[in-house]
Design a protein around this ligand. Structure first.
Ligand code: INI
Length: 159
């Protein structure tokens, strides 16, 4: 029996894009801090990371598609914060962002990590951006490294 799993070690030549929404920046900056800190702690050098700012979470899929499709990155880590407002607008933004990120990963074969918060309140978002409930940016960074490592370890997975 062969069993495959990813280690929390980034391959030396792996490159990561961190695609982050400027909307609700007071939250997303904390996700970015958590993400970059975690990448560094897993041995990823700053030179192996490009940070790309998206206007909002709605624009993440089209930008992720460009980044993942360009052949430059081993993973695209998508960070955003969709927070319920007074209308249903947030619902459409969250649906398109999450669906588009998944579709981009499937279409390109490049892992696109879901680090987009979908919250009812600002408190919930802050809790998930480095307060009570951890940091979803750091979680996405770990999943990115684990997935990239696993892909390289799968039969035929190396570049
Ligand atoms: N963008 C977000 O990233 N989070 C939100 O909570 C949000 N809400 O609720 O409006 C949001 N809207 C902007 C959207 O992502 C687009 O940038 C905008 O609609 C222009 O296409």
């Amino acid at each position: 029996m062969n069993e495959y799993y990813g280690k929390l070690v980034a391959p030396d030549d792996a490159k990561f894009a961190v695609l982050i929404s400027r909307f609700n920046e007071f939250v997303t900056r904390r996700l970015l801090d958590g993400c970059l800190d975690e990448l560094r702690r897993m041995g990823v050098g700053d030179g192996a990371v490009d940070v790309v700012w998206s206007p909002g979470s709605f624009e993440i899929p089209v930008l992720a598609s460009r980044l993942a499709g360009g052949g430059e990155y081993d993973a695209v880590i998508c960070l955003g914060a969709v927070i319920r407002g007074g209308t249903e607008h947030h619902r459409y933004v969250a649906a398109e962002a999450t669906k588009g990120i998944a579709q981009t990963a499937m279409a390109t074969g490049v892992p696109c990590l879901l680090g987009v918060l979908t919250c009812d309140t600002i408190e919930q978002a802050v809790e998930r951006a480095g307060a009570k409930s951890g940091n979803k940016g750091a979680d996405a960074a770990r999943s990115a490294v684990e997935t990239v490592n696993l892909i390289r370890r799968l039969p035929g997975g190396g570049k």
